[in-house]
Design a protein around this ligand. Structure first.
Ligand SMILES: Nc1ncnc2c1ncn2[C@@H]1O[C@H](COP(=O)(O)OP(=O)(O)OP(=O)(O)O)[C@@H](O)[C@H]1O
Ligand SMILES: [Mg+2]
Ligand SMILES: [Zn+2]
Length: 486
């Protein structure tokens, strides 16, 4: 008797079909799993066997049992194949109808007590099943809402016995509803920031155009504070972007259990002690890194020069291409990584530089080593570089500045404008740009980035064309060299 269950393995974010075939040939009783890595196969065997026993189902002890996960060449990570393996064995031994099982995909880890446990990536697996015409997915109750987001009928099962009862038609199971959007947590407001008009303006431009922003200055001037206020002025994600973001977080196993539907742009702020793999992604079983978890949102690298240089250099490629490719056995896994980078830094190790009231105590050598961390190539990718001076006493005593909601409204309006026809430059603006290429000098990338920022400035102003003044403002933020000179 041969029976088949369908499941999916993930390559990066992509579901790959896996056929779990169970076969009970005559012979000495034994249980063999082929097509899984050795250790994973051993572990799955124990869980499946114990799970079937606890579900008070009959384990076919008098037969040989061979389970094949095809294609064998596909590397299969994780424990999410247990449910499919158990169901295939039960169908092969005639305990559930094989045809009915064939109409479903299944996903879940089994506990030794037969409980079905959630595994990461349910939405991606469900998406694969839907594309394959299998509109029904059996999965752990905890993953069902997430799977439903993919537009399939997600059948929540808490226990292997429940899955069997459902497949036998003995028990009705209500398919899960797609979840409600995750609740936006209270975000910090711009009203808290005193002074720093130039920093606030740069933040608004960065939000409107999705530009990369570097805030530099002495300690305690509000750099971190300002950076953390970016999410509060960003518009919510479109439906398709939200699905994409939710899927990445699902594969990373980071979705909130109660409302696994992310609709706000992600904000990631890894600590500088994080490994390169944690930041860009990778590892033996490739997982999305911070760069991908920040996809369609913000990646904040607070204290930029404290990050190890290899991690910073590894970010250059995704910053250009919007995608991370991770080497894995038998090829690459691709993770989207279109994020907006925000960095903060002091101007020197002792922090006094840029503060007119203090004297820098750094040796030339220390200063050089500090700056060496940030390659020109990385600095070139910051569209907006802002020096944040120490606020004067009068600024700190002034009444609170504008709060976030009206800024967000302007950002939304500018984004709408930017999504339509790109604004053309006036000839005066073009001349200014050409001169800047010579004078600054600007790299080819720098030129393109300045032109984009100028378009954003024009959109914020509601202008039809990019005028010289918009271009001049964009250029005024284009001064990574200034960080070296100060
Ligand atoms: N412009 C400001 N307006 C209001 N409060 C400020 C401002 N700048 C600093 N502060 C106060 O100082 C604290 C520290 O600010 P923040 O952490 O943003 O400094 P920073 O520039 O990131 O310094 P560092 O370089 O040491 O990281 C804030 O929590 C806030 O209370
Ligand atoms: Mg800080
Ligand atoms: Zn110093």
């Amino acid at each position: 008797m041969l029976a088949r269950a369908l499941t999916y393995a993930l390559v990066g974010l992509e579901p790959r079909r896996v056929d779990v075939e169970a076969f009970l040939p005559a012979g000495v009783p034994a249980f063999t799993i082929v097509g899984l890595a050795d250790r994973a196969g051993q572990e799955a065997k124990h869980r499946v066997r114990a799970g079937v026993a606890s579900a008070r189902l009959a384990w076919p002890t008098e037969r040989r049992i061979v389970v094949n996960l095809a294609p064998a060449a596909l590397r299969k990570e994780g424990s999410g194949f247990d449910l499919a393996i158990a169901l295939a064995v039960l169908a092969a031994s005639g305990q559930i109808p094989a045809e009915r099982l064939a109409g479903h995909a299944s996903l879940g880890e089994l506990g030794l007590d037969g409980r079905v446990r959630p595994v990461p990536g349910a939405i991606a697996v469900a998406d694969g099943a839907g594309r394959n015409g299998r509109a029904r997915v059996l999965c752990a109750a905890e993953s069902a809402a997430e799977a439903a987001l993919a537009g399939v009928e997600a059948i929540p099962v808490r226990h292997l016995a429940e899955a069997v009862a459902y497949l036998l038609g003995e028990q009705d199971v209500t398919p899960a509803m797609a979840p409600l959007a995750s609740i936006e947590t209270e975000l910090p407001d711009l009203a808290d920031v005193r002074g720093q008009e130039r920093g606030r303006r740069a933040l608004e431009i960065a939000a409107a155009g999705g530009h990369n922003l570097l805030l530099a200055g002495p300690p305690g001037t509000g750099k971190t504070m300002l950076a953390r206020r970016l999410p509060g002025i960003l518009p919510p994600l479109s439906r398709s972007a939200a699905l994409e973001v939710t899927r990445i977080h699902s594969v990373a196993g980071l979705l909130p259990r109660d409302r696994p539907w992310l609709t706000a742009p992600p904000f990631r702020a890894p600590h500088h002690s994080a490994s390169t793999a944690a930041i860009v992604g990778g590892g033996a079983a490739p997982r999305p890194g911070e760069a991908s978890l920040a996809h369609r949102g913000v990646l904040l690298l607070d204290e930029l020069p404290e990050f190890p240089r290899p991690a910073l250099e590894a970010l250059r490629q995704p910053l250009e291409d919007g995608v991370v490719s991770v080497v894995r056995v038998g090829g690459f896994a691709l993770f989207p990584a279109q994020f907006q980078l925000v960095g903060t830094m002091n101007l020197c190790p002792c922090g006094a530089r840029g503060d007119s009231a203090l004297e820098c105590a750094c040796t030339g050598q220390k200063l050089a080593a500090y700056r060496e961390k940030l390659s020109r190539a990385l600095l070139d990718r910051f569209d907006l570089v802002v020096a944040m001076p120490r606020p004067r006493a009068a600024e700190l005593a002034a009444p609170p500045g504008e709060c976030s909601p009206p800024v967000r409204d302007r950002v939304v309006a500018a984004r709408r404008r930017l999504s339509r026809e790109p604004a053309r430059r006036t000839s005066a603006a073009s001349e200014l740009l050409d001169r800047a290429v010579e004078r600054l000098p600007l790299s080819g990338r720098g030129r393109a980035r300045v032109a984009r920022v100028a378009r954003t400035v024009a959109a914020l102003a509601g202008a039809e064309r990019v005028e010289a003044e918009h271009l001049a403002e964009a250029l005024s933020y284009r001064s990574p060299e200034e960080l070296r000179r100060r």
